[in-house]
Design a binder for this molecule. Structure first.
Ligand SMILES: [Zn+2]
Length: 132
């Protein structure tokens, strides 16, 4: 594991920054831990955004790097897959914390519908496993 990625996980307390899942609770969760990039690669590659990115709170005057402690947050598989490359309108003027909060709110909405589906599947599985 690369040093910057270990540092990011320690900063985030080993939890998904979006849903709070404790990714160090089990070996399986630990190995499924993913890094979400707050500002996606496609945005970082736009030359007309160079000044905006250099001055953005995510990078705080440091180097503008895709894989960096400042651009990455610790996430579970669900949150990372459903967040994707989403960036809110006005991201250019948002702080790093505001970007995380926006993602957190968006993912909470997506998560609730998936949780209902999960509960239905658990019930079906449980009914099939009843001893006959
Ligand atoms: Zn999560």
């Amino acid at each position: 594991m690369e040093k910057w990625w270990i540092e990011a996980q320690l900063r985030d307390g080993g939890r998904c920054v979006y849903c709070g899942l404790d990714l160090y609770a089990t070996f399986g969760l630990y190995y499924s831990t993913q890094g979400d990039h707050l500002i996606p690669r496609s945005t970082l590659r736009q030359p007309e955004l160079a000044d905006v990115l250099r001055n953005h709170d995510v990078f705080r005057g440091g180097p503008v790097r895709y894989n960096s402690v400042s651009n990455c947050v610790t996430t579970c598989v669900f949150c990372n897959q459903h967040k994707g490359k989403a960036l809110p309108d006005g991201w250019e003027r948002m702080t790093r914390e505001e970007l995380i909060d926006w993602n957190r709110r968006e993912l909470a909405t997506v998560r609730s519908s998936h949780e209902r589906e999960y509960e239905r599947r658990v019930a079906v599985l449980a009914s099939r496993q009843q001893p006959s």
